[in-house]
Write a protein that binds this ligand. Structure first.
Ligand SMILES: NC(=O)c1ccc[n+]([C@@H]2O[C@H](COP(=O)([O-])OP(=O)(O)OC[C@H]3O[C@@H](n4cnc5c(N)ncnc54)[C@H](O)[C@@H]3O)[C@@H](O)[C@H]2O)c1
Length: 364
């Protein structure tokens, strides 16, 4: 295990940028932490608030002590920043989605391959215990072959009017918000999507131009099917700071974030708002197939981040990979397939057609 230490930089010092800074502070491999925002005033102010060193982008790119750069800026800047950082020889972690188009994501993948670079995309459900444990059960064969995955995600988005998110258009939310949950469907199914059909009704949110609801149905190449149902406005609104135990508040106010992963020998349920992971086993009794609840794991409020949204743990792990000269665990080629999946759902909504994945561009 390497004890190497290096300097790092975080590009984009908003909400997620502060999580990236927090993770860097916890990593045993990090010396100095630099931070970049395009506006010098904001850069200085945010660096002060986060206790890091403000720096301009050219300064960061030219500094050989800075070995690792993480990108937590708004989506439309990811490609440009990732490309600049890779060209400067930095190891890079970039938040999802990789970019705005499949073409630019393809270019980034090719550049990374040419440079033999390190580029990992931020799909932190792969590092969140609730989903890791479900995946572990699937890989152990406990529920047999996965045949059906149902994801329900009902929430309130609180994108402030005029923010970069609220300016998203069309199927923006699929890449921005649902990419994690389609990515996890690919991960759990262990197979790539084959055909995708998605519909979206007229929106309820009055001040956005993106679709605020999605019903995405997928047939995977192994024959399994998936469905993801999402609404952005149904659950009761809240202001986080008023509620010390936010999840308890949200448990019965319309919030749902649940997977049912159904296999030939059992089922797994992940339930964020009930802080619960459960599984069932199916047994052939001779007369019929019986189902019985076999296991339930609960976790506490203190464990929420690690269980459901472990960006910090993900980034700490990525820094460990970099220090040890290891390859990314979620490489851009894999993240690209999730991006294609998101685009297929968007295209289906725009055209009313079933989209065959083979008809979409691929980076290869
Ligand atoms: N993995 C996750 O679960 C997760 C969760 C939240 C956000 N994100 C992703 O993280 C990114 C940031 O989201 P956020 O919630 O922090 O948004 P935010 O609006 O709070 O912060 C974005 C920051 O980027 C800065 N910025 C804009 N252009 C820039 C540029 N060219 N270079 C550097 N900085 C620039 C903005 O000034 C702002 O401070 C998004 O891509 C988002 O999709 C991921």
């Amino acid at each position: 295990m390497s004890t190497e230490k290096f300097d790092v930089a975080v590009l984009g010092l908003g909400g997620m940028g502060s999580t990236h800074v927090g993770a860097a502070k916890q990593s045993p491999h990090v010396n100095r932490i630099y931070g970049y925002e395009p506006d010098p005033e904001r850069r200085k102010q945010r660096a002060e608030e986060l206790g890091i060193i403000p720096a301009d982008l050219p300064e960061i790119l030219a500094n050989p002590e800075i070995k690792f750069v993480s990108i937590a800026s708004s989506n439309n800047t990811h490609i440009e920043l990732a490309e600049a950082a890779l060209r400067a020889g930095k190891k890079v972690m970039c938040e999802k989605p990789m970019g705005d188009t499949l073409e630019e994501a393809t270019k980034l993948i090719k550049l990374n391959q040419e440079l033999n670079g390190f580029l990992q995309i931020g799909f932190e459900l792969h590092y969140s215990t609730l989903y890791m444990k479900a995946k572990e059960w699937i890989d152990q064969g406990i529920i047999g072959d996965v045949v059906n995955i149902q994801t329900r995600y009902l929430c309130t988005v609180h994108h402030a009017k005029g923010s970069w998110r609220s300016k998203g258009k069309g199927s923006f939310l699929i890449g921005e918000k649902l990419s994690h949950y389609l990515d996890a469907q690919r991960w759990f199914m262990g197979s790539e999507p084959d055909t995708v059909f998605s519909v979206s009704s007229p929106r309820v949110l009055p001040y956005v131009e993106y679709h605020d609801n999605h019903n995405i149905t997928t047939r995977f190449k192994n024959g399994g099917v998936g469905v993801l149902i999402f609404t952005a406005y149904t659950a009761e609104s809240y202001h986080g700071e008023q509620y010390p135990d936010l999840l308890a508040k949200q448990q019965d106010d319309g919030h749902v974030l649940q997977y049912l992963i159904i296999g030939t020998k059992g089922m797994i349920e992940t339930d964020v708002f009930r802080r619960r992971l459960r599984r069932w086993t199916f047994t052939d009794t001779g007369e019929r197939l019986d189902s019985a609840r076999a296991e339930e794991i609960n976790y506490t409020m203190a464990e929420d981040n690690a269980w459901i949204h472990n960006t910090a743990g993900q980034n700490i792990r990525i820094l460990e990979l970099v220090a040890n000269g290891k390859a990314p665990e979620v490489p851009p080629e894999d993240a690209y397939q999730t991006m294609r999946f998101c685009f297929a759902a968007g295209e289906s909504e725009a055209t009313g057609k079933i989209i065959r994945m083979d008809d979409l561009p691929d980076w290869r």
